[in-house]
Design a protein around this ligand. Structure first.
Ligand code: HEC
Ligand code: HEC
Length: 140
């Protein structure tokens, strides 16, 4: 069945049933391939266009410390856990804008996941990568 408004979307390789897999259905090896093919090039383009000197070369270590692919991760800075990102906008307005307007939509699309909604407090968003002050927040 094809359902365009539904998540997760079938963005991966063809599985044993003959249909494309969703991110959720992919195994670890398939996820690695998907990251290399779909996520890394887009992340490199996005960060590279934002701050070319700092992000001239982007690899998996932008988001993952070596050997640790678990997300969200303590290897990235912790955020406030505030729903509307008040502290983040106050302290890091440019980064927060970039993440909200470009990184989150890009990642959600690449992974075929529903983007975070402030109404349901659920979906792919800041806290899919970052931890809150005391650990994962918003069902991540
Ligand atoms: C822009 C940030 C970013 C980059 C760059 C990135 N990843 Fe990821 N990766 C993520 C996020 C976010 C998740 C978790 C997605 C989810 O399930 O919500 C993830 C999840 C994974 C997982 C799944 C982990 C699990 O427990 O199932 C693997 C494996 C992985 N990444 C490998 C890689 C590899 C290999 C590279 C480089 C080729 C890479 N990633 C580059 C953000 C990134
Ligand atoms: C795909 C993973 C990912 C997502 C989603 C994400 N970030 Fe980030 N964030 C990063 C990475 C990687 C860095 C470190 C690179 C950098 O400085 O931009 C970072 C750094 C930051 C920093 C800098 C913190 C510091 O102390 O320097 C802030 C603030 C931030 N993110 C806020 C956000 C907000 C707000 C959102 C949601 C709107 C968000 N991030 C979503 C990966 C992510």
């Amino acid at each position: 069945m094809i359902c365009w408004g539904c998540y997760p979307k079938a963005v991966g390789p063809v599985g044993p049933e003959g249909t494309r897999l969703t991110w959720t259905e992919m195994d670890f090896a398939q996820r690695k391939v998907h990251m290399r093919k779909e996520v890394l090039p887009r992340a490199a383009a996005l960060f590279g266009s934002w701050r070319p000197e700092r992000f001239a070369e982007v690899d998996c270590s932008l988001c993952h410390a070596p050997g640790n692919f678990e997300m969200p991760t303590a290897d990235l800075p912790r955020l406030s856990g505030k729903l509307l990102l008040g502290p983040e906008f106050a302290k890091h307005p440019e980064t927060t804008r970039l993440k909200l307007d470009r990184l989150v939509p890009m990642m959600a699309e690449a992974l075929g996941l529903k983007p975070f909604s402030v109404v349901t407090r659920n979906g792919f968003g800041c806290y899919s990568c970052h931890l809150g002050p005391n650990g994962p927040v918003f069902k991540n």
